[in-house]
Ligand binder design. Structure first.
Ligand code: HAM
Length: 417
């Protein structure tokens, strides 16, 4: 009996919730290390914020938006992605540019739930607004790669491409369209009908037939204007200088329409094929204008934190870290009073500590300590209270020693001392 969480959503409980919390903490620590400022935007926005930017032909806008009308008949949409809201918020605030921001937030997309694809999922996103310089692209790409490395992922491929801009893409689009028209019969059914809406998206289709067509298609790298070519050379040079390995993938185009020039993805081979992208991003120099705001170039990425946890599990790493700390176990009324004091002293010294809420047997207390995920138990009986000592037992291996009560906190902060 009872309710299950809505389809495509998940409850996060220990230890998964704690692994997610560690990803949040690492996100804050790393973003701040690179000089990015924390940003939050509303969970819902006017529908146009996404409809005008992600693109009418994108899956997100065509099929996946959680759109509803509020009681004043405004059309609102739960945030499916964070870039358009951050551009709206930062540019309208008049913040000085360039602005380097990051967010760690839930997103909602009404897709078909499967392994690595949820209707509610979490992203770490970073955005640099107000500069066209390739150094900004490089910094975001390096930050994302470093985050994945710190999360413990060993097997991540960085794919990069340049998809041109307003001065060279229209001509490439026509060339590609003519090629797709000639090869229409070979395309997957959906693209037979829709390829003209956004011909570039066919390049990224996972269907085998479309892939063959994409492989032989005219390549955008042969149609880039000088500005785009020089910009991309700058990005690749920066990645080389940073010592980051990359692979240029001509068919990488991304699923949202606002991108120009740089497009990139972090791909994991341990995830299911359709969900192998741990994260991705690129440059979106025209996005602010699509929102009716002053032109503001930008670049950034978002990483899917739920997919990162899945990949960590698939790689066999990311084992749950013991919730370290001390569970104080007492025997007798005097020891229980003294134990309460010890818990307060340890907490004041910054050592996570707790004890049972009620008096119970030694065995019962040890069981509670184990379930609570404690690293150590501190045992206080009559003898210890009289001696001013504590018996410390490490739960992982049962090793025990008796130490002066005043030393417990320093033992816990420097366990090897
Ligand atoms: P995106 O490629 O749509 O880009 O999403 C980025 C990442 O979010 C994906 O690579 C994936 O890891 C995760 N993700 C997306 N959809 C789902 C889902 N249904 N379930 C689980 N994870 C998912 C963006 O959102 C852009 N705003 C990125 C960006 C920032 N571009 C520039 N700045």
């Amino acid at each position: 009996m009872g309710f299950a969480p809505p389809r495509g959503t998940a409850d996060l409980l220990p230890p998964a919730s704690e692994a997610m919390r560690r990803l949040y903490e690492e996100a804050h620590a790393l973003a701040v290390l690179y000089g990015y400022r924390y940003v939050e935007t509303p969970a819902f926005e006017a529908t146009e914020v996404f409809a005008h930017t992600s693109g009418e032909s994108s899956d997100v806008v065509r099929k996946e938006m959680y759109t509803f009308e509020d009681k004043s008949h405004r059309s609102l949409t739960l945030r499916p992605e964070g870039t358009a809201p951050v551009v709206r918020a930062v540019v309208t605030s008049g913040a000085s540019l360039p602005f380097k921001g990051y967010y760690v937030e839930a997103m909602w997309r009404y897709g078909r739930p499967q392994k690595g694809r949820l209707r509610e999922f979490r992203q770490l996103g970073v955005e640099v607004l107000g500069t066209e310089l390739p150094g900004a692209d490089v910094e975001t790409i390096v930050l994302g790669a470093e985050y994945l490395r710190r999360a413990g992922l060993r097997d991540v491929r960085l794919e990069v491409n340049s998809i041109g801009d307003a001065s060279c893409r229209p001509a490439y689009r026509e060339t590609l369209l003519a090629y797709l028209e000639r090869n229409r019969g070979r395309l997957h059914d959906e693209h037979k009908e829709r390829y003209a809406d956004n011909p570039l998206r066919v390049l990224d289709c996972r269907d085998d037939a479309c892939r063959d067509v994409a492989r032989e298609a005219p390549r955008i790298r042969d149609h880039l204007c000088n500005g785009c070519r020089e910009h991309f050379d700058g990005v690749l040079r920066g990645l080389d200088e940073a010592g980051l390995a990359w692979e240029r993938v001509d068919t990488l185009v991304r699923g949202l329409d606002y991108y120009v020039r740089t497009a990139y993805e972090y791909v994991s081979p341990v995830l299911p094929e359709g969900q192998a992208s741990l994260g991705g991003g690129g440059r979106y120099d025209g996005l602010a204008e699509l929102l009716g705001l002053p032109a503001t170039p930008g670049v950034g990425f978002a990483l899917g934190l739920d997919r990162i946890l899945l990949a960590m599990k698939e790689e066999g790493g990311g084992a749950a870290e013991a919730v370290c700390g001390v569970f104080v176990v007492t025997m007798g009324a005097e020891a229980r009073r003294s134990g309460g004091e010890l818990v307060r002293e340890l907490r004041a010294a910054g050592v996570p500590a707790q004890m049972a809420f009620d008096e119970r047997s030694l065995k019962g207390q040890l069981r509670t300590a184990d379930r609570a995920g404690a690293g150590f138990v501190a045992i206080l009986g009559e003898r210890e209270v009289a001696d001013g000592t504590v018996t410390l037992r490490r739960l992982a291996d049962g090793v025990e020693e008796t130490v002066p009560r005043g030393d417990v906190a320093s033992r816990m902060t420097r366990p090897d001392a």
